[in-house]
Design a protein around this ligand. Structure first.
Ligand SMILES: [Zn+2]
Length: 250
């Protein structure tokens, strides 16, 4: 079993300072990338949404085309029947037969007309969907252009900072290892509370380097002694003396 190392307060403070320095540097790199990763993700999501829309429009068009085909078949059948009845009309034997055939002709003519109207309406609906699809395709094209630019920009920044970031990541793991878990949790929690991500700050000009409130002389001398952990009573950040802070090297 590995022996649990006991750290002195000074060692703890130094490790925390180091961790803070690394995290601040990583934060700077992330700031450089800014909103780009999120913008890229948003654009990708939007394009995916447009593609889904096109897919559903295509499905609608398919349904309409099938119904047009169906109507065309019905119409063709009616046309055949009409021809047949028209031929029969020339050979009728009596007026009753004539009436019956005439009725059939009328019915089939109506059917043909009705199919015409339904096909025409369906084609109009189909045209609307096609226009919708074209519009969406155009929107995709526009978004793709912007996405391409953003991706390029992000790639450039990432390439420039990749090595540095990965080095810092390794250093961070090493530094975090030197901080006891309980302290690390406290450190991370304080960092999360502040937009600038500062959890460990030096005393500068008699004030807290985080919130700039004045620190009483007695506390300042406690901090300089490095015998116990001191947090700012205003902002809760961990305070170190500037000499210790400046001694940190990555
Ligand atoms: Zn403070």
């Amino acid at each position: 079993m590995a022996a649990v190392k006991e750290f002195s307060v000074q060692e703890r403070l130094l490790s925390l300072c180091k961790l803070q320095r690394i995290d601040s540097k990583i934060g700077e790199i992330k700031k450089l990338r800014g909103e780009l990763p999120m913008e890229v993700k948003d654009l990708e999501d939007e394009i995916e949404g447009f593609n889904t829309r096109i897919q559903s429009v295509n499905n609608e068009i398919q349904v309409i085309e099938e119904s047009i085909k169906e109507k065309q078949n019905i119409q063709a059948e009616a046309k055949d029947k009409l021809k047949k009845y028209e031929k029969q009309q020339n050979n009728v034997k009596n007026s009753r037969e004539f009436e019956a055939i005439n009725k059939e002709i009328e019915l089939n003519e109506l059917e043909i007309k009705a199919c015409d109207k339904k096909i025409k309406d369906a084609n109009l609906e189909k045209d609307e969907y096609i226009a919708q699809r074209e519009l969406t395709e155009k929107q995709i094209e526009e978004k793709q252009v912007v996405l391409g630019q953003k991706q390029k920009e992000l790639k450039k920044i990432t390439e420039e900072t990749e090595k540095e970031e990965s080095d810092l990541g390794k250093k961070r793991d090493g530094a975090a290892n030197d901080v006891e878990p309980r302290l690390l949790t406290a450190y991370d929690r304080i960092r999360m509370n502040y937009k600038n991500g500062l959890a460990v700050v030096p005393v500068e000009r008699d004030s807290c380097g985080g919130c700039f409130n004045v620190i009483p002389p007695q506390r300042q001398s406690d901090i300089r002694l490095r015998k116990k952990m001191t947090v700012c009573e205003h902002c809760g950040r961990i305070l170190v003396d500037s000499e210790l802070n400046d001694s940190v090297q990555l």
